[in-house]
Design a protein around this ligand. Structure first.
Ligand code: ASP
Ligand code: MG
Length: 437
C-alpha cells in the first residue's frame, strides 16, 4: 500500500481538490493524508491569537470570513445539492464550535483544538466529494490513531496498533482519507505535530504499516539542487539518501518537514516528492541508496547567531566544552554548528530567546562575542573524506565571500559554512555555478 500526502496548496481550492481526487483514483488502494486548505491554519492561528488577547469580537470576525469562504467552496465543489447541503451542515457545526470556543479564556489546548479544525474540514470536504463521485472511500479519524507521548514524540506502538485496527476494521475500501498534522496527547486532548506536520503524519503511517512508498505531493517538482527563490536555473534532484534529505530539510529546503524523514528511514520506506501541478514529472526519491561521488544540493538557513567564547582556560583543560554546552542546554537552546580551536569555540543558534542570559553565563568562561544576522549554507552529497576535491571546490567558489565558519566531517554528507545573511544569495549562486554547472 502507498501513503500519499497532499499539502495545503494541493487542496487549496475546489478545483485543486477535484484535481487531487482525479489523481488518487487509479484503482489502487491507498491512504491519503490531507493538510488544511492553504491559508486556513494561519487564519486559525489568528483566531487563537485574538482569543489570547481577550478580543473575541475580532476572533469571531475571522471565523465569519472563513465560514463565508468555505460556503463558497462548497457551492463550487459538489454536483448535487444533497451533498452540498450535507457538507454545509457539517462545516457549519465546525464554525459554530469555533464561535463557542471564543467565549472561554485562552489556553494552549484551546489553541490546538482550534488549529485542528482546518484538517477536519478539508478531509470531510474531499471525502464527500469522492462519495458523490461514487468512490469507495472511508474517512479515518486521525484523532483516533495519532498520539504523542509525554515528550511530544509520536507513540509508535500505539499508532501502529491503531492504524492497523482502523484499516482492518474497514476492509474493502478503495481509498482511505485521513487528517495530517493533528493528533492527541497523553491526556487525550487534541494536539498537533507542529506546523507543517502533515508530512510527518504521512511518514509515521507509512513507517508503522511498512508501506511500499510514501508520496509527498506539493507544488514544486521535487527537491531542487539549490533554493529557486534565490538562484536561477535550479534543477530537481532525482535521488537523495535519507540522511542527505534530512540535512537538506533541516537546513532550509522548505519542501519537507525536517523530522518527517526519520520514521521512514528507520522503517526503510522510500519517500517520493511529487508535484501536483505536474503529476507525470519524476520528482525526487529518498531512499537508502548512496550515489557515490556526487554533490547533490545546497540549502540555506537564515536567522543564525554565532557565539564565540575565547578563553585561555580552554588550553589543555578538560570539561570546558561540556560547561559551555550545559549553558545552552539549561536554556533549552539547540546548537547547530560548532567549530573549535585550542583557545576558543564558536557555536551557532537559531533561537535567540535566551541569548542575553546565555551570554551572561558564558562570560564566566571567557570573552564572548556574538555575530547576528548570519546564515548557514549547507552543501549536501557524498562528502566522505576519501573523496578528494569537494572541499576545494566549495572554498574556491567562495573565494570572494567572507566565511565566518566552516564545518566539515561531522557526517559523511555535509559541509556547512556560515556567512552573513547579506551574502546568502551570492553564496548560493556561486556554489551552484561551481558545483552544478
Ligand atoms: N495545516 C498545517 C500547517 O499549515 C499542517 C500542514 O500543512 O502540514 O502547518
Ligand atoms: Mg504544508
Amino acid at each position: 500500500m502507498k501513503i500519499l500526502k497532499f499539502g495545503g496548496t494541493s487542496v487549496g481550492s475546489p478545483q485543486r481538490m477535484k484535481d487531487v481526487c482525479k489523481l488518487i483514483c487509479d484503482g489502487q488502494t491507498k491512504i491519503v493524508v490531507l493538510s488544511a486548505m492553504s491559508g486556513t491554519t494561519n487564519a486559525l492561528v489568528e483566531i487563537a491569537d485574538y482569543i489570547a488577547k481577550h478580543n473575541p469580537e475580532a476572533a469571531n470576525n475571522v471565523i465569519n470570513k472563513l465560514r463565508n469562504l468555505y460556503m463558497q467552496h462548497v457551492s463550487e465543489l459538489y454536483a448535487t445539492e444533497e451533498m452540498a447541503e450535507a457538507t454545509r451542515k457539517l462545516l457549519k457545526e465546525i464554525f459554530q464550535h469555533l464561535h463557542n470556543l471564543t467565549a472561554g479564556g485562552y489556553t494552549p489546548s484551546l489553541e490546538k483544538e482550534i488549529l485542528a479544525q482546518g484538517e477536519l474540514m478539508s478531509t470531510n470536504m474531499v471525502t464527500n466529494y469522492l462519495l458523490e463521485q461514487g468512490v469507495k472511500v472511508k474517512l479515518l479519524p486521525a484523532l483516533d490513531f495519532m498520539r504523542i507521548d509525554g515528550n511530544g514524540e509520536p507513540d509508535m506502538a500505539f499508532i501502529k496498533t491503531e492504524v492497523k485496527r482502523q484499516v482492518s476494521d474497514n476492509p474493502n475500501y478503495e481509498l482511505y482519507i485521513t487528517q495530517g498534522f493533528i493528533c492527541r496527547n497523553l491526556e487525550g486532548e487534541i494536539d498537533n505535530l507542529q506546523r507543517g506536520g502533515s508530512d510527518y503524519t504521512a511518514c509515521l503511517i507509512g513507517a508503522v504499516l511498512g508501506a511500499e512508498e510514501i508520496q509527498i505531493w506539493t507544488d514544486i517538482d521535487g527537491m531542487h539542487n539549490n533554493d529557486p527563490r534565490f538562484v536561477p536555473n535550479t534543477t530537481p534532484v532525482r535521488q537523495l539518501n535519507f540522511e542527505e534529505a534530512a540535512e537538506l530539510a533541516y537546513f532550509g529546503a522548505k519542501i519537507l518537514h525536517p523530522t518527517c524523514i526519520q520514521p521512514a528511514r528507520f522503517a526503510g520506506v522510500p519517500v517520493r516528492l511529487l508535484n501536483t501541478m505536474d503529476p507525470a514529472a519524476p520528482g525526487t526519491i529518498i531512499n537508502n541508496q548512496m550515489q557515490q561521488g556526487t554533490i547533490k544540493a545546497v540549502a540555506a538557513k537564515d536567522n543564525i547567531t554565532a557565539i564565540k567564547i575565547v578563553s585561555s582556560r580552554m588550553l589543555l583543560a578538560t570539561g570546558f566544552l561540556r560547561k559551555v554546552f550545559e549553558i545552552f542546554e539549561s536554556h533549552q537552546t539547540p546548537v547547530d554548528m560548532v567549530t573549535t580551536s585550542e583557545v576558543g569555540v564558536t557555536l551557532t543558534i537559531d533561537n535567540t530567546a535566551h541569548l542575553a542570559a546565555i551570554t551572561e553565563e558564558l562570560k564566566k568562561y571567557g570573552t564572548v562575542e556574538t555575530d547576528e544576522n548570519m546564515c548557514i549554507i549547507c552543501v549536501v552529497g557524498d562528502l566522505r573524506w576519501g573523496n578528494v576535491g569537494f572541499e576545494t571546490m566549495v572554498t574556491e567558489a567562495l573565494s570572494h565571500i567572507p566565511v565566518r565558519m566552516i564545518s566539515y566531517g561531522g557526517s559523511n554528507h555535509n559541509i556547512s559554512l556560515l556567512v552573513r545573511e547579506a551574502d546568502k544569495k551570492e553564496t548560493l549562486c556561486a556554489l551552484s555555478q561551481k558545483l552544478f554547472q
